[in-house]
Design a protein around this ligand. Sequence first.
Ligand code: NAI
Ligand code: SOE
Length: 381
Amino acid sequence: MNRIRTAVIGTGFMGRVHLEALRRVESVDVVEIAATSRDKAIAAAAGFNVLNATGDWREVINDPSIDAVHVATPNASHYEITKAALTAGKHVLCEKPLAMSVAEAQELTDLVASKNLRGGLNHNLRYYPMVQQMRSMREAGAFGEILVVQGTYSQDWMLYESDWNWRVDPKVSGPSRVMADIGSHFFDMAEHVSGLKVTEVCSDLQIFCPTRKQPKGGGESFSGKLGSAGETVDTKVVTEDFGATLFRMGKARGTMTASQVSAGRKNGLVMEIYGTKGGACWRQERPEELWLGHRDAPNQILLKDPSLLDEKARGFADYPGGHAEGYPDTFKQLFRRFYASIADPSLTADYPQMADGLRQMKILDAELASHKSRAWVSVPA
Ligand code: NAI
Ligand code: SOE
């Protein structure tokens, strides 16, 4: 089989996670890393045994020997890099959110559709084995007709006014923080698991830290929790620390909150679905467990074990029961499927795509409009 030559752009939190996961995809060679400086790229390349390093992502785009590109930079550059890569004929696996606006996301979705290329969007959280089990059980009718979808995505890493990250700057992150950053994962999973589409939203957003202490030297994701940021400047905050959305999925109803100021919650995505026959609840902080709720029998906790999973979900669990699979494994599962679809163009893409990124931008746009108008807003199909 021809090996696929790929490059990773961005060497922060996600750049490193992508590089690790790519080592677990048998058909792929990472041949170049791009960072904001050549020195930074060289350091990352040395750590991951990658031959080429550049301080300019355009060199990756201009290299005709590179087949695919991973975009793991902050949000504002996703559109430009993804567009350039697709135009140059490269497959793209882009981090979420796909772009800064619906218009940009639409353009990228149209562009990838017009080319014979693959465009993946990294809503990796779908690929925890027990999330796939919940989906498979719903598809098999175990929960009956879905009535209620509810949950949260709660974190605490932005609780203090001394907490800072590029996500606070709307020029880098976009017009929303928590709803775009983590609310988008919630809605991607909610639609993926329930099989329903969000049709209308009613949102309320809140800024609890109106001013934050921005480090003059910047700082990568979560680094503020590890120590002093050095010299800082007081900066006005314009994007939300917390958001709540009531939503409708046709007849089904739902609620979600997204928060980066919930003390003690580290990466607390909780997804609950309730139907006419039963319910289920999955928690990212205890990813190997799926709670199954029954009206007329004792509730159950199903522990991840391939032998106990539905056949459809089993393909997402590579290790035996009791051998935990977590966050890094979700990237491996998504990337394997992405590269399998490049190796075999006849395969139907079974991973989140740019159209799913566009979908999240539409939901986000409706949430922002709803908060502003204090009214329900429809989400276009
Ligand atoms: P980060 O701040 O840790 O890393 C971003 C890196 O990109 C930094 O090293 C920065 O120097 C580099 N960079 C910025 N502009 C660049 C350019 N033009 N060329 C090359 N490198 C550039 O941020 P993090 O957390 O890695 O986030 C990156 C993206 O990944 C964001 O879009 C975020 O939403 C997404 N993300 C997704 C996660 C998931 O679970 N799917 C988890 C965390 C982040
Ligand atoms: C920070 O809120 C973050 O790293 C998000 O950017 C990711 O998408 C989420 O999976 C974990 O939290």
